[in-house]
Design a protein around this ligand. Structure first.
Ligand code: SAM
Length: 280
């Protein structure tokens, strides 16, 4: 059985579309990562749970959103990703943040975060104020869309190499076991009272089969020795004059319309679940 926590606050993290949040602040190739965190979500978590000069850690850093937003907020950061093409992207984004005058520094490491204690510098042990991360939700996402003469094509919608140890492949139990292992190792990096913020959302596998990924991740985090303190909702839609303005992709909209036409009452997902936990 999965667990739940009541939602305690709503973060307005999508008042601007994601591409506008990244424009000029991230290298253009960042669009090739299939599952990026919203920069305003990362920035909000960093300002809410850390202070100037603190150390932020992302064991699955992808294109480096956590690192870039930490640097701009005057925090330092360490990020790991298993795919060398994503760590190259994160390095480029960290370089751009430094060029833009960000006062924090960040280190990017390539490797499998299930063995993170062999990857991070020993000086980080017991010093991390915030672990901020988002695990992959299955093999990929909608990616980018290109319309060609022969129809609509998707690109950049897979996480990468099936053989590499990427937790995007191999099913839910491998993802949850690997993620629990990552959190258990990260426990040693966190300072006492340090915060863990995990973002995710329920995943629809078949049209009528909804997996409570946030609930599963909460159970994983508890079993890694972390104490739940808050559950928040980070908006993936804008709120204007009290109304929700969705920012769903064409594929997301089409999937909902088709399911509803078939009598399955699904809804567009308009927020990301944010789990906040603490190392006692
Ligand atoms: C949802 S994405 C994170 C995106 C990131 N927050 C960003 O804004 O770009 C999850 C990431 O986990 C990485 N990953 C999967 N398995 C991993 C592992 N065992 N160790 C480290 N990274 C892993 C994937 O390559 C992917 O980039």
């Amino acid at each position: 059985m999965t667990e739940s926590l009541p939602v305690t606050s709503v973060w307005l993290t999508c008042q601007q579309p994601a591409r506008d949040q990244r424009r000029g602040r991230y290298v253009p190739q960042t669009s090739s990562h299939p599952g990026k965190m919203l920069p305003h979500l990362a920035a909000h978590a960093i300002s809410a749970y850390t202070a100037l000069g603190d150390l932020v850690f992302d064991p699955m850093c992808g294109s480096g959103t956590t690192l870039v937003e930490a640097m701009h907020a005057g925090r330092h950061a360490i990020g790991i990703d298993i795919e060398p093409r994503f760590t190259a992207l994160a390095e480029a984004n960290v370089g751009l943040a430094a060029e833009h005058g960000a006062t924090g520094a960040a280190q990017v490491i390539s490797g499998d975060a299930t063995g993170l204690l062999d990857l991070v510098p020993a000086s980080a042990v017991g010093r991390v104020a915030l672990l901020l991360t988002s695990p992959p939700y299955g093999r990929g996402t909608h990616g980018l869309v290109k319309t060609t003469a022969s129809g609509v094509r998707k690109r950049d919608h897979h996480y990468g190499d099936r053989e590499s140890g990427n937790l995007a492949y191999g099913g839910w139990s491998r993802l949850l076991d690997g993620f629990t292992q990552i959190l258990a190792s990260s426990h040693r990096l966190l300072r006492p009272g340090g915060t863990v913020v995990i973002t995710s959302r329920p995943v629809r596998r078949q049209r009528d089969d909804l997996i409570d990924l946030p609930g599963e991740l909460l159970t994983a985090a508890r079993s890694a020795g972390l104490t739940p303190v808050e559950r928040c909702a980070a908006m993936l839609a804008a709120v204007r004059d009290g109304q929700i303005v969705h920012r769903a992709s064409m594929f997301g909209l089409m999937a909902v319309r088709r399911a509803r036409a078939d009598g399955i009452p699904v809804h567009l997902v308009a927020h990301e679940d944010v789990l906040v936990l603490r190392r006692e």
